[in-house]
Design a protein around this ligand. Structure first.
Ligand SMILES: Nc1ncnc2c1ncn2[C@@H]1O[C@H](COP(=O)(O)OP(=O)(O)OP(=O)(O)O)[C@@H](O)[C@H]1O
Ligand SMILES: [Mg+2]
Length: 497
């Protein structure tokens, strides 16, 4: 008879991580066990992803030890971690858009038939088998770049699962997922835990921790603040560990939308993605778009901005009617766009925080073609303060920021421009509670200045909290208009189904 296998134990002991100008982790000690879901939370920049990267072998701690089943281990590379059964799904997806689902799942390990030839049939079968263990059906031949965010996320998890890991770390897997997709992810995580996998789970959605986690560790500014059992704690207690004190602000009652239309979309259609979309955005209005993933929301926003061509219809902005649009033209007309995928479209990762924040507002700070350093510096300081971006130095590459702080830069780069209308696609993805309130506050401030906002979010509570009006989009069409004062997030959810 085989002995009963002991659940795996992964332990971080006295972990410290220094970056130039920042101490990301200070003496962190935490233990993860097989069969348990261990949540890790903390505000943006608290050090969550850094801890994950250390346990994944993709960065080295300045001090401290990692122990696996009580034995110290050296994780010098992601390969080392994989070999020891530690797999990771990072906050920023790492798929190759041009390769198929199967190729991404089996990247670097494609089965070969003879010599150098890839055995495509067996590759497709293997990929489908991994997906099947996750209860997911998907066309494994399509290029990943054509999939939506949630599906890409699923592929990323499948890729990690294909290594049959005993530890799975998920860095914010649900940010960017709508509710029903979140549910299937939870089912999957639950199943894996039952199979004895140790799960480390990062999220900014507090409520979901009670659905999924057994215990939670809270980090604050690199310090380990507490580890508590979910059954023995409350949301208030956790929020207190995360921030100290917080205030939840509500939409100011006097925030009224104007009557004057600033953006009119008429009969806009693009292939299968969306059809006959009509919408009007008034001065200072915050108009929400609710809808399931794949309902065409992202494509609609991209088409309005000129980043995707449309087949039929027209757009009227700043008294100009356009039948064909391009991003530079739309920018000139006063349109800004913060896309859903900050890594692919929102930011230039290798450039500094400063230049990313300046990209959209070059016209305002340049003086007859010359950049005014002084004006630039003032503008940047304003934006960093206004958004509470946690950055030791704005000359550092944007990639050195924590995920949530990068998201603030995506929104922040439009603040210095002369905007009429701002399109926001999932602007609060990966952002902590407090930063979220700051983004809402910013939206309300912009609204007061007369700037209209088209706001797409999968967090229905958010739409109800922030918007003047909400449109429900389903299968590429606008189906309904809803007043937030007459609805709850749950009712809105039913409308979106
Ligand atoms: N490569 C790097 N170079 C310099 N500083 C870094 C680097 N990576 C992270 N940091 C800094 O370390 C701190 C912790 O960042 P980390 O990404 O771990 O935060 P996080 O808790 O995951 O936040 P978020 O919720 O925003 O994703 C931040 O101050 C960040 O700016
Ligand atoms: Mg992070």
């Amino acid at each position: 008879m085989n002995p009963v296998p002991q659940p795996i134990q992964l332990e971080a002991r006295g972990i410290r991580k220094e970056y130039p100008g920042t101490v990301a982790l200070k003496d962190v000690r935490v233990r993860f066990e097989g069969g348990k879901v261990h949540a890790l939370i903390g505000r943006n920049g608290a050090g969550k992803s850094t801890l994950v990267r250390i346990l994944a072998g993709s960065t080295q701690p300045t001090a401290g030890q990692v122990l696996l089943d009580g034995e110290p281990v050296e994780l010098r590379s992601p390969g080392d971690a994989f070999q020891r059964g530690i797999a990771t799904v990072y906050q920023e997806l790492s798929l190759v858009p041009g390769l198929s689902v199967a190729e991404n799942i089996l990247l670097g390990r494609m089965p070969r038939s003879r010599g150098p030839f890839i055995d495509w049939t067996s590759a497709a079968d293997q990929a489908r088998a991994v997906l099947a263990t996750m209860d997911v059906e998907m066309d494994v031949d399509v290029p990943v770049g054509r999939l939506g965010f949630a599906q890409q996320q699923t592929v990323e998890i499948a890729k990690a699962m294909s290594f049959r890991p005993s530890v799975l770390m998920l860095d914010e897997p649900t940010s960017g997922l709508a509710r029903h997709e979140t549910r299937s992810l939870f089912r999957l995580v639950g199943q894996l835990a039952e199979q004895g996998v140790a799960i480390l789970y990062i999220s900014h959605r507090l409520q979901e921790l009670w659905e999924i986690a057994d215990r939670v560790t809270v980090l604050r500014d690199g310090d380990h603040v507490a580890t508590v059992e979910m059954a023995e704690t409350t949301a208030e207690e956790i929020v207190h560990y995360m921030f100290g004190e917080t205030v939840q602000k509500e939409r100011p009652a006097d925030l009224l939308a104007g009557r004057e239309p600033v953006l009119e979309v008429r009969g806009l259609s693009r292939g299968e993605e969306f059809q006959d979309v009509d919408l009007t955005l008034h001065r200072g209005e915050i108009l929400g778009i609710a809808g399931m993933l794949g309902s065409g929301r992202t494509e609609l926003l991209k088409a309005i901005f000129g980043a995707l061509p449309f087949d039929r219809g027209e757009i009227r902005l700043s008294e100009t009617t356009c039948r064909r649009v391009s991003p530079p033209d739309m920018k000139d007309l006063g349109l800004g766009f913060a896309p859903e995928d900050r890594k692919q479209e929102g930011l230039v990762q290798t450039q500094s925080i400063r230049s990313n924040l300046c990209l959209a507002s070059l016209d305002r700070i340049s003086n007859r073609g010359f950049l005014s350093r002084r004006r630039e510096r003032r503008l940047i300081r304003e934006q960093v303060d206004r958004l509470h971006i946690k950055a030791p130095d704005v000359e550092e590459a944007v990639s050195s920021l924590s995920g949530g702080n990068q998201q603030k830069v995506v929104v922040g780069k439009w603040l210095g421009t002369s905007l009429q209308v701002l399109l926001l696609d999932e602007p609060t993805r990966g952002i902590d509670l407090q930063a979220k309130q700051q983004i809402f506050q910013l939206m309300w401030d912009l609204s007061r200045q007369g700037i209209a906002i088209l706001f797409v979010s999968s967090e229905l509570e958010e739409l109800v909290e922030v918007c003047h009006r909400i449109l429900v989009m389903k299968q590429g069409r606008i189906r309904q208009e809803i007043r937030p004062e007459n609805t709850t997030a749950d009712q809105l959810f039913v409308q979106c189904m």
